[in-house]
Write a protein that binds this ligand. Structure first.
Ligand code: AMP
Length: 389
C-alpha cells in the first residue's frame, strides 16, 4: 500500500486518535447492542496500539442524529461492550470535543471513547474549525473506519490536514489490500458477480470492472433491465425503464464478457413461500425473483474455473425462501472454487453466512458503500487524505 500504516508509526507515549466504525445496530431505546461485529473488527488495531504504548482516543459516528445530541444514539453502550471485549476499562467522554474531553485524555495504555461525532453537525459538513478541535486532541491519527472512508467528513478527512501523521489501521489496510489485489493485476480468470436491486447503483462498478474482469455474471433484479434492453419479455419483474438505453450501451461495450440469466424462478406475488415456477420466458403476469437452475449451472461452471472472484449483490430475493436458492448456490460455488474471493455489501455477506461458507471466503468487506465506490474506481476521500509512506 502506498499509504502509511499504523505499523509504520511510533506510538509510544503518543495520543493516538483512532477513527473507528462503531456504527453498531442498537435495539429500540438505544441501550442494547444487537451485533458487536463492527467493534470486534477494530480490536486488532486497538490492541496493536495499546501494546505499542499508545494513549488511545477512539471516535466514531452512530446512526443519523442530524447534528444534535440524542440519547438513543449514544456510544455509551459501545464503551461498555468494548471494555468487556478488551478486558480493561474504557473511559467514556460525554462529548467528542471541548474542555470536558481535554480533561479526560488518556495516559499510555488507557482507552477513551468519545461520544458520537455526529452529535455535531460540523462533522458531516467537514467543518475546518471542528476538524482543528478534533486534531488538537492527538499527536497522530489512525483511520480504521473503512465503512466511512467514502465520506469526506471532519473525522475521516478534514482533521488530517491538522495532524502530523495519518495512517491506515489494520482493518483499513486489510480492506485496501484485498480490494486492490482483485482489481489490479488479478490472477486470471478474474470474474465479477453482480446482483441486487438496481443497475443504477452499480453502473460505475460495471464500467470500471469491465476492462479488468474476464467474465461478468449478472443476477438479481438488475438482470431484468438488461434482458429488456435485449428485447426479452420481463413480465412484472423490476425494470429500470430509464436505464434500458444505458444497459444496451453496457452490453455492446462488453462483447461476450457479460452473462445474463437464461432461466428464471417466477411468481405472481412478491411474498415468502409464494407459489413459484421455473421458466425460460417470463410470462406477462409474473415477476422473476431468482435465477433458475440452468443459470445456476452455467454460473457455477464459470465460478469453478475462476482464480479471482469479486461479488456484490444477491442473485434474487434471498431474504424470502424459496427465492434464495440462486444466491446460496453461488455462495457455495464461490467457497468451493478455491479462488481469491472478495465479497462486499451487507446482503451478499448475509447470503454467504446463511450458506454457512463465510470461513471459505478470502475477504468479506465491512463497508458496503465504500467497497462499491472503490470497485467503481472512485478514490475514497478517507484513504486519499492519509499520509503517503
Ligand atoms: P442491493 O442492496 O442493491 O445489493 O440489493 C439487494 C436487494 O435486491 C435485496 O433486498 C433483494 O431482495 C433485492 N432483489 C434481488 N433480486 C431481486 C428480484 N429479482 N426482484 C426484486 N428484488 C430483488
Amino acid at each position: 500500500m502506498s499509504k502509511l500504516s499504523i505499523r509504520d508509526l511510533d506510538l509510544q507515549g503518543k495520543h493516538v486518535f483512532m477513527r473507528v466504525d462503531f456504527n453498531v445496530p442498537l435495539a429500540p431505546g438505544g441501550k442494547e447492542i444487537t451485533s458487536d461485529k463492527r467493534i470486534k473488527a477494530s480490536l486488532p488495531s486497538i490492541q496493536y496500539a495499546l501494546e505499542h504504548g499508545a494513549a488511545l482516543i477512539l471516535a466514531s459516528h452512530l446512526g443519523r442524529p442530524k447534528g444534535k445530541p440524542n440519547a438513543e444514539m449514544s456510544l455509551a453502550p459501545v464503551a461498555e461492550r468494548l471494555s468487556s471485549l478488551l478486558g480493561k476499562p474504557v473511559a467514556f467522554a460525554p462529548d467528542c470535543v471541548g474542555s470536558a474531553v481535554e480533561a479526560m485524555l488518556p495516559k499510555p495504555g488507557e482507552v477513551l471513547l468519545l461520544e458520537n461525532l455526529r452529535f455535531h453537525g460540523e462533522e458531516e459538513k467537514n467543518d475546518p474549525g471542528f476538524s482543528k478541535q478534533l486534531a488538537a486532541l492527538c499527536d497522530v491519527y489512525v483511520n480504521d473506519a473503512f465503512g466511512s472512508a467514502h465520506r469526506a467528513h471532519a473525522s475521516t478527512a478534514g482533521m488530517i490536514a491538522y495532524v502530523k501523521q495519518a495512517a491506515a489501521g489494520l482493518l483499513m489496510d486489510k480492506e485496501l489490500e484485498y480490494l486492490s489485489k482483485v482489481t489490479t493485476n488479478p490472477e486470471r480468470p478474474c470474474i465479477a458477480i453482480l446482483g441486487g436491486a438496481k443497475v443504477s447503483d452499480k453502473i460505475e462498478v460495471i464500467q470500471n470492472l469491465m476492462p479488468v474482469v474476464d467474465r461478468l455474471l449478472i443476477g438479481g433484479a438488475m438482470a431484468y433491465t438488461f434482458l429488456r434492453a435485449r428485447g426479452e419479455a420481463t413480465g412484472k419483474s423490476l425494470v429500470e425503464e430509464d436505464k434500458i438505453e444505458l444497459a444496451q450501451e453496457l452490453m455492446a461495450a462488453s462483447g461476450d464478457k457479460l452473462l445474463l440469466p437464461v432461466d428464471h424462478v417466477v411468481a405472481a406475488e412478491f411474498k415468502a413461500g409464494a407459489e413459484s415456477q421455473v421458466v425460460d420466458t417470463i410470462p406477462g403476469d409474473k415477476m422473476a425473483l431468482d435465477i433458475g437452475p440452468q443459470t445456476i449451472a452455467a454460473y457455477e461452471a464459470v465460478i469453478a474455473g475462476a482464480r479471482t472472484i469479486i461479488w456484490n449483490g444477491p442473485m434474487g430475493v434471498f431474504e424470502m425462501p424459496p427465492f434464495d436458492k440462486g444466491t446460496v448456490a453461488l455462495a457455495k460455488a464461490v467457497a468451493a472454487s478455491g479462488a481469491v474471493s472478495v465479497v462486499g455489501g451487507g446482503d451478499s455477506e448475509k447470503a454467504i453466512k446463511s450458506a454457512g461458507v463465510a470461513d471459505k471466503i478470502s475477504h468479506i468487506s465491512t463497508g458496503g458503500g465504500a467497497s462499491l465506490e472503490f470497485l467503481g474506481g472512485t478514490e475514497l476521500p478517507g484513504v486519499a487524505a492519509l499520509s503517503g509512506k
